[in-house]
Design a binder for this molecule. Structure first.
Ligand code: SUG
Length: 420
């Protein structure tokens, strides 16, 4: 039996989690900008999702929040307190806990797909949004620690900033099993609408080259302009794949039929589950985050879809899901989870995790979760995470001290002081 399994590395929600309305084109971020956030509840919700997946018998990994407020970023922009009106957003950027959405940390090509037989990870430059562009150097440090075993992993710096790259959120991998050689699907957008296209085709092509992928097993697919205009700022808001199954909204891709045909040409076993707009409109798909789901192969072999509660509670989505479960489709279980604090910033279950197919024994164990370690994390979060943050509090020294201390307590509890 292969030792390669899918490991989901969830980002622990950082103690500075707040709603600053920083992401143009991300409707939830815009809608909740200025609201009071609840970092402790947010981190406990995230941990609850990790525990949920652990209890399903899956291997669960974790990644730590990055250092915030980012004084280096503020210094490089010449920003000091007190800030004026024009500097407020940049200051908020330096406080953002956005690294929790680890689907944007990197693009991952597992060992069966690469020329040198190692799992390759390229950190995402995230240049389209200022608050996210500061993440990648710290992300690379963390990935180099978690995946330090160079016999099995290669971690690349981000591709040059001239080409925006948002990582695994715009990348899907299909195959007969996780351990088999895969078809890697890179989804990019084209600019032109009211909202930015955050993934550039050339960034995706660079990642494929860096990872040593077989061009015959790569697809570069354009995201539909309507999807971006409707608020699908990443492909993972309108489509998700797992092994032989693609679960997608009918308006996800610029050329849906061409995309499905190209997938079937490489993977004849592919099962493509298309949700028609007549059942769930693009607007409802984006409001409910139906597709921002974790499509998982459960230990028994059947597939489960971990969706946000918002999708489960949405009338049209629920009707469609009930019909799907009653049919004989490949997705056998629907598993709703509560990640409402993250959802209010546009981050559903799929945003919160980075998928890595690897042998868990080759990963630094400090980045793997067990029930016992989850108990430890829960205590640290309950004790050290701020209960709430009003965006007007950003910049306060007392808040900065508690955010820094909370992250420090987490790193010590995990034995990851090296990231301090
Ligand atoms: O980059 N939200 C994130 C959400 C990322 C979701 N990730 C995936 N779809 N994979 C973003 O837009 C909001 C921060 C704020 O407004 O305070 C934010 O960054």
């Amino acid at each position: 039996m292969s030792t390669l399994v899918e490991i989901n590395f969830d980002g622990i929600v950082g103690p500075s989690h707040n709603y600053a309305g920083l992401s143009l084109g991300n409707l939830a971020s815009a809608r909740h900008g200025g609201n009071v956030s609840y970092p402790r509840a947010a981190a406990l919700q995230g941990l609850g999702k990790m525990r949920h997946n652990l209890s399903l018998g899956l291997v669960q990994g974790l990644l730590c929040p990055l250092p915030r407020p980012n004084h280096g970023f503020l210094g490089a922009l010449g920003i000091t307190e007190p800030v004026d009106e024009t500097e407020r957003r940049l200051r908020a950027a330096a406080w953002s806990a956005s690294s929790m959405w680890t689907a944007n940390a990197a693009t991952v090509s597992p060992a069966p797909d690469t020329a040198d037989g190692r799992c390759h990870l390229t950190a995402a430059n995230l240049v389209t949004m200022p608050h996210r562009s500061q993440e990648w150097p710290d992300t690379v440090c963390q990935l180099r620690l978690a995946f330090a075993d160079s016999a099995h992993f290669a971690v690349h710096d981000a591709v040059p900033a001239c080409f925006g790259d948002e990582g695994a959120a715009n990348h899907m991998r299909m195959g007969t099993s996780h351990a088999a050689s895969g078809l890697e699907i890179f989804v990019y957008g084209k600019t032109g609408g009211a909202f930015p296209a955050r993934q550039h085709e050339q960034a995706s092509r660079a990642v494929a080259r860096l990872h040593g992928l077989d061009p015959a097993r790569c697809l570069f697919v354009e995201q539909s302009a309507e999807a971006i205009a409707a608020g699908a700022f990443h492909n993972d808001v309108v489509a998700v794949a797992n092994e032989r199954v693609l679960f997608t909204h009918e308006q996800a891709f610029a050329d849906p039929e061409g995309t499905y045909a190209a997938i079937r040409a490489v993977l004849p076993e592919a099962e493509i589950v298309v949700v028609p707009a007549s059942s769930v409109s693009l607007a409802d798909a984006i409001a409910s985050y139906l597709f921002n789901a974790q499509l998982l192969t459960l230990p028994g072999g059947e597939m489960g879809l971990v969706i946000p509660l918002e999708a489960w509670e949405h009338r049209a989505v629920r009707t469609w899901l009930d019909g799907m479960l009653a049919s004989n489709g490949p997705i056998r279980r629907v598993l709703p989870v509560d990640v409402r604090q993250s959802m209010a910033n546009g981050g559903g279950p799929a945003c919160l995790r980075l998928r890595v197919v690897a042998n868990p024994a080759t990963v630094d164990p400090r980045f793997l979760l067990s029930e016992a370690r989850a108990d430890i994390l829960e205590k640290v979060i309950a004790k050290a995470w701020p209960e709430q943050i009003d965006p007007a509090d950003l910049g306060r020294d007392s808040l900065a001290s508690s955010v820094i201390a909370a992250r420090g307590a987490l790193l010590s509890a995990l034995g990851l002081e090296a990231l301090a």
